[in-house]
Write a protein that binds this ligand. Structure first.
Ligand code: G6P
Length: 494
């Protein structure tokens, strides 16, 4: 691919590449496809003739002697280019500033926020390394879509690069997490630098209207840049600030449900849990997911509704994530303790109330687990969007029922009001995860729900999940990016 290609070209930039990379013995590398909204959303666009080049950090330090071989393989097989960082920079940028400063701050977890000059310098250095890696392949008219909180300085760095090269590029930046209220954001010593970095983009996207509102009001209060119709004028450029909620591809779950291995997994799980009401939770092991809150609520539910002891079980999958962060290790220990307490309190020889798995789960098994579950309980204390709820719906909607030979129960969703999804997924039982009584009552309602009510709720949820797909998300953001420069700069007074 060269910058002179006449075809429209899209450069995707995210901290992670679309493939997971593992170093095997003797310089051999194993590549496994990453899952998630970003990858699936953009793969739909690839089918529409958009050419991709994807830049990201490989997540490992690559020895010099393996470099050219790895680069070649990534480019040819995955259209991907690794942005290499030395171990110290990577640790400070990823574990440090991105995940111990920005992540907890953007999720309102002030007690977990750490400030450190070294990590903030590494964040700058890593963003610059991304810009340096991308610069040689930038071409006039390219569309560049930068993702998430790891790369908030990059849009401005790329704009400066384009100026130097005297070319025009369409720059977008999308935040997958919440954007906090101004009072929280301004805790950041580098607040101005970060806002300026983001405003280097032409299109700035958020998951929810709330996040977009917070950003607009922060730009006005911190930088004195006000907006008209969610457009900010920046040195003669117009920055469009929009809401683009991400989704899943429900058809992928429907196809998976047709697989023999998924059908036999459903049968096996049914046999194993015969007569039980299954409540499922699937979360990355992260304090924002509110797993302790879910366990407290389940405990309270069994205490106040003892008729469900022996019948209701919670299957909680916790996918290991950022495992060397102290906050995550402490959380794991806390969850294990709570699981032990609940199982000790209500368990019987033939009844284990909480089944806790600390592992990632393969997509076929996950689909079967969703399908056998009667209830899905999302208890995040903050979440940019949350896609587990949409995946659960995709395994219980009309098309799921038609796809599966095994019968699928109606499925009820309990959803924390602190997820981005709660603002768009009508049909769920919305709860405050901090309110144990409310959650316990929602659980009681969900396990004994009337079939007509459950059916009506799932119909609404299914319609929304079908409409708000990841392909739709990708297409609407790129459509806004495509329009950059075609819209007249408004006659605005600032
Ligand atoms: C969140 C972030 C993503 C990130 C994912 C997994 O969804 O918004 O950018 O990739 O968590 O976290 P990890 O640190 O494993 O990439």
């Amino acid at each position: 691919m060269t910058s002179s290609d006449s075809k429209r070209r899209l450069i995707i930039v995210s901290n992670r590449l679309p493939v997971g990379i593992k170093r095997m013995a003797e310089g051999q590398y194993d590549f496994s496809p990453s899952s998630g909204g970003l990858v699936t959303g953009l793969s739909g666009l690839a089918k529409g003739g958009v050419e991709f080049l994807w830049y990201g950090w490989p997540g490992i330090e690559v020895p010099q002697e393996d470099m050219s071989h790895l680069k070649e393989e990534l480019l040819h097989k995955h259209n991907a280019v690794p942005v290499l960082l030395d171990q110290k920079t990577a640790d400070h940028y990823y574990d440090g500033y991105s995940n111990s400063t920005i992540w907890p701050l953007f999720h309102y977890q002030l007690d977990k926020v750490l400030f450190n000059e070294d990590t903030s310098a590494a964040y700058r250095k890593a963003n610059q390394a991304f810009a340096d890696a991308i610069a040689p392949s930038l071409g006039h008219g390219d569309h560049v879509w930068v993702h998430d909180y790891h790369l908030m300085l990059l849009p401005l760095l790329l704009r400066q690069q384009a100026w130097k090269m005297n070319i025009s590029v369409h720059l977008g930046w999308f935040l997958h997490t919440p954007f906090p209220e101004t009072d929280f954001f301004t805790i950041l010593p580098s607040k101005t630098e970060i806002l300026d970095g983001i405003l280097g983009a032409d299109v700035v996207g958020f998951q929810t209207d709330e996040a977009r509102r917070h950003f607009l009001s922060t730009c006005s209060q911190v930088l004195g840049r006000s907006s008209i119709d969610a457009k900010i004028l920046c040195s003669g450029r117009q920055v469009v600030v929009g809401t683009y909620p991400i989704g899943v591809e429900p058809s992928e779950f429907h196809s998976r449900l047709q697989k023999d291995c998924v059908q036999s997994a459903i049968r096996a799980m049914r046999d194993n849990f015969r007569g039980a009401k299954i409540i499922v939770g699937v979360d990355r092991l992260d304090y924002i997911k509110g797993v302790p809150q879910k366990l407290y609520a389940f405990d309270r539910f069994l205490e106040t509704h003892p008729e469900w002891v022996g019948v209701a079980i919670l299957v909680q999958v916790a996918v290991p994530s950022r495992a060397h962060l102290e906050a995550h290790q402490e959380l794991k220990a806390e969850i294990q303790k709570l699981v032990g307490e609940i199982n000790g309190k209500y368990g019987k020889v033939n009844y284990v109330p909480v089944h806790f798995l600390y592992s990632s789960i393969d997509p076929d098994e996950l689909t079967a687990l969703y399908a056998v579950a009667d209830v899905c309980f999302i208890s995040s204390i903050r979440d940019g969007m949350n896609l587990v709820c949409s995946e659960f719906v995709a395994c219980h909607d009309q098309k799921a029922i038609q796809s599966s030979h095994e019968s699928i129960s109606h499925g009820t969703l309990i959803l924390s009001r602190f997820t981005g999804a709660a603002s768009s997924l009508d049909g769920s039982l919305v709860v405050n995860p901090w309110d144990q009584e409310e959650c316990a009552e929602a659980l009681a309602h969900a396990v004994s729900i009337d079939a007509d009510e459950a059916h009506e709720r799932m119909r609404k949820l299914g319609d929304k999940v079908e409409e708000q797909t990841s392909a739709h998300w990708g297409a609407s953001f790129l459509c806004a990016l495509e329009r950059v420069g075609k819209v007249e700069v408004l006659d605005m007074e600032f």
